[in-house]
Design a protein around this ligand. Structure first.
Ligand code: NAG
Ligand code: NAG
Ligand code: NAG
Ligand code: NAG
Ligand code: NAG
Length: 456
């Protein structure tokens, strides 16, 4: 009898532990430097921190004493490391790394997934890739395998553990004035509750979705919806800001500018170009409008994600005495809409690979307030919003979605470029565009940002 109770208690403890375990913070970061998780690589295991990036698919770690890394992976002391002799290089708009491809046993102790063997790029040389103070020494790509380099042969960690879904909950509240941000990465196994706000993934490479509309304080950004997805729209945890195609960005900024001006407030153009912060004597929520994006579901309807100004303005924490200084965390892009951390923080986001959708629900961990609304009927077929050049391949992909459960492995990838971006927030930009003039740069406080667009 006593033993019976003991067993129950044990089970309860185990269940409770699993419950607590699954909700504990396991990812950390600093503003503008992305979120990282601890991984164990090799035998005996070597602990390293890797940036979580849904916009790429390689696991790559520092394997030499490079600048801005505190530690690195030593393959020569791992009994299970297997070299391939293949070299791999990735060049970004700012920054590059070169390394050797190998494989080893990898485990992420804080998630419920078994140890697996997967490919790892051992970074031997890098330039402007690692940042001072970021605390990560590598990168974990959580995108689809087709994005992995070298193409076609590389098995990412996610492919190796082959989960039906994973969830990211980012932007969890830290102590007041703390620079550190945190969140949770969970590997999900069915059955898991599926939130009602699911955007359909139209192609499996990046997590590519369809933006059906953009609203500034409920007023429609009045341009053809194809422009919102020119040339694609992706969900990317490796990007800090919310990036819009240039035309959309200009229109959105114009509308926010007008809304702010209607309160009798003038903000310099340098603010709208991310070149300076705006210091206000009131809370930004009282002056700045909300910003909403519509995302297409798989049934021809859409839902809205409504961001508070707190999400798209980032407090300038460089100067702790001035909490009312803000930086615009929206940016123009030449590679389509990028739903970066600005969009993801404050939500629980399930990347559901089995049902090809990215699902959103309110986060339970605090963070910026984000509203989810809908579903609403579309005036037009959301497929009309797909960038024209891509309609054929997207149609193929969506017919795969509709064909449910007839899972098809090969998905058309029309592009050779695999890109990701990591942009700063809170700290104004130092050198987002390489050619920005020195004098303009000097207007800005220190920042450590990455602009990583892979040139393959
Ligand atoms: C492993 O390689 C590093 C340099 O890459 C070297 O410093 C270290 O001594 C080597 N360790 C062993 C056990 O060979
Ligand atoms: C890195 O940042 C720390 C403070 O955060 C500073 O003391 C150090 O000099 C920096 N190192 C480099 C190489 O910039
Ligand atoms: C903001 O509005 C003012 C007044 O209409 C205009 O002069 C300024 O160029 C606008 N700035 C931007 C970035 O749109
Ligand atoms: C804002 O700028 C406009 C012209 O761009 C000017 O007429 C107005 O007086 C300014 N308002 C303030 C509060 O500075
Ligand atoms: C912080 O803000 C105060 C007040 O505006 C200013 O005097 C000070 O120079 C600022 N410090 C930095 C490091 O920018």
């Amino acid at each position: 009898m006593t033993r019976g109770i003991g067993k129950d208690t044990l089970w309860l403890t185990v269940l409770l532990w699993m419950f607590v375990e699954s909700l504990s913070d396991n990812v950390w970061g600093y503003p503008g430097q992305g979120y990282y998780i601890e991984v164990e690589i090799g035998s005996p295991p070597q602990k390293l921190n890797v940036l979580l990036d849904t916009g790429s698919a390689n696991l790559a770690v520092a394997a030499a004493p490079l600048s801005n890394v505190e530690k690195f992976f030593q393959s020569n002391i791992s009994k299970t490391y297997e070299a391939t002799g293949q070299s791999v290089s990735v060049t970004y708009t700012q920054g590059t790394w070169h390394g050797m491809l190998g494989s080893d046993l990898v485990q992420v102790p804080s998630v419920h997934a078994s140890q697996v063997r997967c490919d790892i790029a051992l970074i031997q040389e890098s330039e402007d890739f690692f940042t001072n103070g970021s605390k990560w020494q590598g990168i974990m790509g959580l995108g689809y395998g087709v994005l992995a380099q070298p193409r076609g042969t590389t098995t990412s960690w996610l492919t190796a553990i082959s989960p039906s879904a994973f969830a990211l909950q980012l932007g969890c509240s830290s102590e007041e004035n703390s620079m550190e941000v945190h969140g949770v990465l969970e590997i999900l196994h069915p059955p898991f509750p599926k939130p009602p706000f699911c955007a359909t993934i139209i192609r499996e490479w990046f997590y590519e979705v369809i933006v059906t509309g953009v609203w500034v304080d409920d007023v429609t950004v009045n341009i053809p919806c194809e422009e919102f997805n020119n040339d694609k729209s992706i969900v990317d945890s490796g990007t800090t800001n919310l990036r819009f195609p240039r035309k959309v960005f200009q229109e959105v900024v114009k509308m926010i500018n007008n809304s702010v001006r209607s309160h009798g407030i003038n903000i310099s153009d340098a603010f709208w170009n991310q070149e300076s912060v705006a210091c206000l004597d009131t809370k930004p929520e009282t002056i700045f409008p909300s910003l909403a994006l519509g995302l297409a579901r798989d049934d021809g309807q859409y839902f809205k994600v409504v961001l508070d100004p707190q999400s798209y303005l980032h407090r300038d924490l460089e100067n702790h005495s001035q909490f009312n200084c803000h930086q615009l965390a929206l940016e123009p892009s030449d590679t389509g809409t990028v739903l970066g951390l600005v969009f993801l923080e404050g939500l629980k986001v399930i990347f559901d690979r089995t049902s090809r959708s990215v699902c959103f629900s309110s986060s339970s961990c605090g963070g910026p307030p984000v509203l989810l609304e809908g579903p609403f009927a579309c005036d037009n077929d959301p497929m009309n919003c797909v960038h024209r050049d891509d309609v054929a391949s997207a149609l193929t992909a969506i017919s795969v979605t509709m064909g449910a459960f007839l899972s098809v492995a090969a998905i058309i990838v029309a592009y050779l470029a695999c890109s990701r971006f990591l942009h700063p927030y809170l700290c104004p930009v130092k050198s987002q565009w390489p050619r920005r003039s020195r004098s303009r740069r000097e207007l800005l406080p220190r920042s450590s940002d990455l602009d990583l667009t892979t040139a393959t």
